[in-house]
Design a protein around this ligand. Structure first.
Ligand code: FES
Length: 204
């Protein structure tokens, strides 16, 4: 069964946020992708085709959009998806060595999942924590900063024991069902966007 076949109210809710036009339907691409990604940890080829059909576009375009964002995955990821910033400040501070430590210790390459299903790795662009380089993010949970080789070893040992250490910084990027921004620990920040009207598609 396709992913959205039994989720028509959800699909209708997502489309209601955008103008009832071809451009509006295509605007729903991102929340539809996020829905599948949150449920499965990645978006498969059949799911890309399903989202493309819903949005009136092609699977190629869906894949193209996904390729722009490191948060979307086209292959399964491990229970702990380790993302190492490889942009200049982190690179100067040792992220190349951090990356080598991860792939050698875990014996896993990008696009793979370790045999125990725990780990996958990815290089990402600047995550906005340059002042605490080198840094990495684990899943969507938060930032681990100033990751020295010994700190990396401690983090990996904890993950092997399924006892992830608390991140040094939470990521204030999630918007919950009520339209509030939330931190990874559920704490509310900022104002609600729930009262905002959907885009109308009217003339500028
Ligand atoms: S360069 Fe790594 S967080 Fe900005």
């Amino acid at each position: 069964m396709s992913y959205f076949a039994d989720k028509q109210p959800l699909v209708a809710d997502i489309f209601s946020r955008y103008p009832a036009s071809p451009q509006g339907r295509r605007s729903a691409l991102m929340p539809l992708l996020r829905e599948v990604q949150n449920a499965h940890g990645y978006v498969s080829e059949p799911q890309m085709a399903e989202i493309a059909a819903l949005c009136g576009t092609t699977a190629t375009e869906v894949r193209s959009v996904m390729s722009f964002y490191s948060t979307y995955h086209t292959v399964p990821t491990g229970k702990y998806h380790l993302q190492v910033c490889s942009t200049l400040m982190c690179s100067l501070a040792g992220s190349d060595e951090l990356w080598d430590q991860l792939v050698e210790t875990l014996d896993v390459q990008p696009g793979e999942v370790s045999p125990d299903g725990r780990f996958s790795v990815q290089k990402v662009e600047c995550l906005g924590s340059c002042g605490t380089a080198p840094m990495m993010q684990i899943g969507d949970e938060g930032y681990y900063e100033n990751v020295t080789p010994s700190k990396c070893a401690r983090i990996l040992a904890a993950l092997h024991a399924d006892a992830p250490p608390a991140p040094d910084n939470l990521v204030p990027v999630t918007v919950n069902a009520e339209g509030r921004q939330t931190l990874a620990n559920g704490e509310m920040v900022g104002a609600s966007i729930g009262g905002l009207s959907p885009l109308t598609g009217g003339a500028a």
